[in-house]
Design a protein around this ligand. Structure first.
Ligand SMILES: [Zn+2]
Length: 269
């Protein structure tokens, strides 16, 4: 599943390619046809991201279109965007929505969610999402309040989108490894200092992720080659590794929070 950096990068790229334009909106597959008819021909003004959620904002519509000013997309496990130069090729597979701008077109296949949200439902959704480290106005105190009062494992809490929005399975493993924290340590047992480091690392690593459009947790000054040339195996420290990159101990792999966790139990006490 894409983590927050991918979603923020999409918001940035789609804003650049489509915002301010009157778009042709279509649903080749048909499942978004009614919604598309409310949006087509109107101006899309902005694309926002929060955690793993994307929001496409439209200029206010009139009449039947008055309530249709926001499209919510969650990619889930199978959702995928394809960006084309115009004229776009024939839709490939089940394209839920196609948006055609002046120079570019995007197709969206297989999202978990693709829906028009009312203002109230948008607010409800934001209210149940945790703070997003990639947002300027994110408040780490809110996150600390949740984590410091929870007996749940920190490895589980980091996947909980109502605690921190945007971290996924790769970032949680890498962040806990970098901090030397055991994933099964209860949230409440973290010191304030550990939490502050965890938050700052989330901010920094996600920002690197947006910049390079991939997760990189190795020290780029030590990597020996440009970030764009690093292979997957060279970009990460613990995720899907068999041996620890620090101490060469065997990496433990197990289910935690319904996803596979990777940790070095020698380095992460
Ligand atoms: Zn180790």
């Amino acid at each position: 599943m894409p983590e927050g950096h991918t979603v923020h990068r999409l918001a940035r790229d789609h804003t650049k390619a489509f915002a301010g334009q009157k778009l042709i909106v279509d649903s080749p597959q048909g499942r978004f046809a009614d919604e598309a008819s409310l949006l087509t021909g109107r101006k899309m003004t902005n694309v926002l991201a929060h955690g793993k959620h994307l929001f496409y904002e439209w200029s206010p519509g009139r009449g039947a279109r008055a309530g249709a000013n926001l499209v919510h997309v969650h990619l889930g496990l199978y959702g995928k965007f394809r960006l084309h130069k115009n004229p776009a090729p024939e839709p490939r597979g089940a394209v839920r929505v196609r948006m055609i701008g002046t120079e570019k077109t995007f197709d969206l296949n297989g999202p978990t969610r693709c829906e028009i949200l009312s203002k109230a439902d948008y607010q409800k959704l934001l209210d149940r999402l945790g703070q997003d480290p990639l947002k300027q106005d994110a408040d780490p105190e809110v996150v600390w309040n949740r984590i410091s009062k929870s007996r749940a494992a920190i490895g589980t809490l980091l996947l909980n989108q109502s605690v921190i929005a945007g971290l996924g399975n790769i970032y949680r493993a890498e962040i806990l490894f970098l901090l030397g924290i055991h994933p099964e340590q209860p949230g409440a047992s973290l010191s304030r200092e550990q939490f502050d480091q965890l938050w700052q690392l989330s901010v920094d690593l996600l920002a690197i992720g947006v910049r390079y459009n991939r997760i990189i947790t190795v020290d780029l000054s030590q990597a020996g080659k440009p970030a764009s040339r690093l292979k997957r195996d060279e970009r990460l420290l613990v995720y899907k590794k068999t041996r620890c990159t620090e101490c060469n101990a065997k990496i433990r792999k197990w289910e935690l929070g319904a996803r596979t966790m990777y940790a070095c139990e020698k380095c992460q006490k």
